[in-house]
Design a protein around this ligand. Structure first.
Ligand SMILES: [Zn+2]
Length: 380
């Protein structure tokens, strides 16, 4: 059988209730072939058993594990010794397991998951409905939990603290309204910001671009660019006055035009040449530290993934599962792969340091040879 997950996953999506998922808001970087299928809400038996074996907390509340020989049911992450697979049956929730004659495990209290989940859901609804930022103490108090415990619970369920969740929600709503072509000030107030100055501060800090740019495909922004030969092949480098916005191999100005259709594209430029020198040096010696400014934008989760990529030390690699976990969503392995693929700035955001968990290289948009060479240079 397959079990349907409860609605928490959908509910904590920063999208508005009843709103359908749009395509990605950002241009795709094709650092690696990305898989756009979303995390499915259903868990099949093989996924469920794999989650049990790794005691994956993110699956708590999505099903319970019934052990026919002991008559007990557990949450997937229960710390008790694993039963034999042949004695296990999965149920959608505690009620279904009890109906089959099983009792809840005293060690992991599987039925408390639904209490926790209800508390998180209630908080998510309150945050979504509120025009003003809500105090954590109030949210925790409503749920009957201590502030610290509730913060942990919420973070584990959504991958973000309540405050970060509220911020991400406001940003995504504003981004949607803006890309829909609405008036900027309307979008700002509709998204729950107290006024334009807060919104612009938040947006600039996160995106390095003003919101009108996001709406109009780069309108009003000057992007300097060049293609240069490197030992890895011809490289395209493009930058706004805030930082590098595109670094790729085997691309030209027409690719840049597609990504930023309304930006003013200028080849070369005095300041840009200085930046370009640093970029070429960083690509030729990818293992050395650099402080090259970047100007990238993405969804909250994409940016979390890119931040984690930048923490991988040269000479080391991570799996997609490790990146997903580090970005706060251990079950979102495929989404982490997509975020990796949406990286616009090759090498400087080192998506080449992510490989398959079996140790094979996986993919790379510019060819495995470049990925292999980058990793080889860094391992010295
Ligand atoms: Zn248990």
């Amino acid at each position: 059988m397959s079990v349907e997950s409860p609605s928490l996953r959908e509910a904590v999506s920063t999208r508005r209730d009843g709103e359908s998922q749009r395509g990605e808001a950002t241009p795709h970087g094709h650092c690696e072939h990305s898989d756009h299928s979303r995390d499915s809400g259903t868990v099949d038996d093989a996924q469920a058993w794999a989650a049990v074996l790794r005691r994956d907390r993110s699956f708590d509340g999505r099903f319970v594990t019934g052990v026919l020989t002991t008559g007990i049911y557990c949450r997937p992450s229960c710390a008790a010794r694993h039963p034999l697979r042949e004695n296990v049956r999965f149920f959608a929730d505690g009620a279904a397991a009890r109906a089959a004659g099983l009792r809840p495990c005293k060690r992991c209290s599987p039925d408390d998951v639904s209490r926790d989940e209800r508390a998180v859901l209630a908080a998510v609804r309150a945050i979504k409905a509120s025009e003003e930022p809500l105090a954590l103490a109030g949210l925790a108090g409503d749920a009957g939990y201590s502030v610290a415990h509730f913060q942990r619970l919420f973070t584990r369920a959504t991958g973000l603290s309540p405050a970060a969740y509220a911020r991400a929600l406001r940003r995504e709503r504003a981004g949607e309204a803006l890309s829909g072509g609405g008036r900027v000030t309307d979008a700002i107030y509709d998204a729950g910001y107290s006024g334009p100055s807060r919104f612009y501060a938040d947006f600039e800090a996160r995106l390095g671009m003003t919101p009108s740019v996001w709406r109009d495909g780069g309108s009003g922004v000057t992007i300097h660019w060049a293609t240069v030969p490197t030992s890895l092949g011809r490289m395209l480098v493009a930058a706004t006055d805030k930082g590098v916005c595109r670094l790729s191999f085997d691309e030209g100005v027409e690719d840049l035009r597609r990504r930023f259709p309304n930006a003013e594209l200028v080849e070369g430029g005095e300041q840009f040449e200085r930046l370009l020198e640093q970029v070429v040096a960083a690509v030729e010696a990818p293992g050395l530290p650099h402080a090259i400014p970047l100007d990238v934008r993405g969804t909250a989760f994409q940016e979390a993934v890119w931040a984690e990529l930048r923490k991988i030390p040269p000479g080391e690699t991570r799996s997609y599962a490790q990146i997903a976990a580090a970005a706060g969503k251990p079950s979102a392995v495929r989404a982490a792969g997509s975020a990796n693929g949406a990286n616009n700035v090759a090498v400087l955001i080192p998506c080449h340091r992510v490989i398959r968990s079996d140790g094979s290289l996986g993919g790379y948009a510019y060819g495995l040879e470049i990925k292999r060479q980058l990793l080889e240079r860094e391992s010295k």
